[in-house]
Design a protein around this ligand. Sequence first.
Ligand SMILES: [Cu+2]
Length: 126
Amino acid sequence: MTIMKRGLASSPVVAALVIGSVAPVANAEEAAGEAQVVTVAKPWTFAPAVVHVPVGGHLRLVNLDGLADHGHTITNVSPDHPPLFGSGAAQLGGTVEVTGVAKLPPGTYMFICQNHRFMAGRLVVQ
Ligand SMILES: [Cu+2]
C-alpha cells in the first residue's frame, strides 16, 4: 500500500491533476469566484460564441484580434428591457470586466459588440 501511494504521488498523472485543479472547474459552487473569459481572437468573432458562467460568476472580455484601430464590447441585447450586463471597449491586447453578470438569474442571454453589432454571442448562466 505504501509503495502504491509513493508511486501515485510521483506519477505525471497526479501532477497533471494538481495543476488542473487551479483551472476553471465545472462545479458551479467552486467556479463562482472564477471569471470566465470570452476572447475576440480573430476579427469579428467571439470565442466561445456560447459562454457558460455559474450563478454569481464573472465574465471578462479579451481583445486579441490583431487589429489596433478599434475595440470590442460585450453588451446584452433584449427586446424587453435595457441591457442587463455589459462592458466597456477592450482595445487590442486589453481585458475588460463585463459588469452585471454576477447578478443575473439562471438563463440564456444574447449579447453583441456595441461597435460591431453583427458580432453576437450567448451567455448561459447556470
Ligand atoms: Cu467589436
